[in-house]
Design a protein. Structure first.
Lengths: 213, 213
DNA sequence: CTTCGCTTGTGAATACTTTCACAAGCGTGC
DNA sequence: GCACGCTTGTGAAAGTATTCACAAGCGAAG
């Protein structure tokens, strides 16, 4: 039965879920696909198609039950639990992520942090003690780190990612400006701020699309 | 002549460019589409197709001239110049971006920063003086901010983005965990760390794809 | 000057995503 | 219990993106 679900569908599911949680908080009971679409930048047909890939959750003529749909998407995305996250590299970006309260609120708890800088090792930052990178294998095992965030300089990133994969981490979120691939069978996603800026640069450099053309 | 260029193509062009700049530094003169593909996670056919959208830059039998192709892609992406960037919200993430040296090295200079916190206003962080958010219109004009980074709490983000657009900013990179749309004709990209983590959570929650299935 | 190895550029084919459009169905009101 | 307004679920159509596969062409070697 299981179809391959595209990345963009998963991304949209996250957005739907975020909106559903808001609605849940506001005690709204029902929501239609077009309401979901309006605030997530999708179309109503897309919302329905996305959801239909996993089952039939709505009531014709009424819409979707907010509580139930939220719970369903949480299940689909694996968000009915808290994930244990480790951060490698407690520099500017790694440090900012360590203290990013939204992560914990949304189900990702930072349980370990690593660095090579002796000035940082041993200190606790936002309640997490920074361990030496050398101990990464042991700490990943002991703390049961499931998802790792790589926030090292680019030249260290590939090596670190491979060590994390070998140590048993299940997925990696990479902030180093380098393409990480061929890391075992561990999925890697890269967040690259400058890449995003370059995309905007491209748009700004095009002759602005005028109506009359 | 101008075709619509997809987002993914632009993204890949950025990756090619990054690799070409490395090669340029190492004095490599020529590169083939398959070499470009290998380190960027694309296929060689895709590299050639991407480039062919803009013209014919290679030499059959030899590959692409590194210097010339780098310059061409820089032109396409609008990266032969430095862009003036403003950051709104000097919290953990905004502050980290302020000091992110890679941005400047790759052509994005932070020329303005804003916050509402009186403790931060007036202080210079990484050489940039923090202005009160109230002055955003004036400072954007005076400093000629072309691209703005929104790193405010989510409930302030939409408002801030609209003010930036009205003040003449040409593009927005949003770090607030909220979908920003309907901001005039100004392109907006959102970087959402938790969204990426949720995507990984989905992958980790699927029954691992085995060969024998 | 010709052959050979290699690589580009690109139509055609395939795969994937999104949009369309409408029958099916739910619940309210009469 | 019937009709009506509204919304889902979904095949089919349209639109995009990627991969295939090969002729065209470059340069080196002989």
């Amino acid at each position: 039965m299981s179809v391959r679900i595209s990345d963009s569908t998963v991304r949209r599911l996250s957005l739907y879920l975020r909106m559903l949680r808001d609605l849940r908080e506001q005690q709204v009971a029902l929501v239609s696909s077009s309401q979901l679409a309006a605030r997530t930048g999708a179309t109503s047909a897309q919302v329905r198609k996305d959801l239909s890939l996993f089952g039939s959750f709505g009531k014709r003529g009424r819409g979707y039950d907010v509580d139930q749909l939220a719970a369903t998407i949480e299940d689909i995305l694996g968000l009915s639990r808290t994930w244990r996250v480790g951060i490698v590299g407690v520099g500017k970006i790694g440090g900012a992520l360590l203290g990013y309260a939204d992560m914990l609120r949304r189900g990702f708890e930072v349980v370990a942090a690593f660095d090579t800088d002796p000035a940082k090792i041993g200190r606790a930052i936002f309640g997490v003690r920074v361990a030496p990178l050398a101990d990464v294998e042991r700490v990943v095992r002991e703390e049961d780190v499931e998802i790792a965030i790589v926030a090292t300089p680019p030249d260290a990133a590939h090596d670190v990612a491979q060590r994390l994969a070998d140590a048993g981490v299940g997925a990696i979120l990479n902030f180093a400006p380098i393409e990480l691939h061929g890391i075992d069978g561990v999925p890697v996603r890269t967040v690259d701020v400058v890449l995003e800026l370059e995309g905007l640069s491209y748009l700004l450099s095009r002759p602005p699309a005028r109506e009359t053309d």
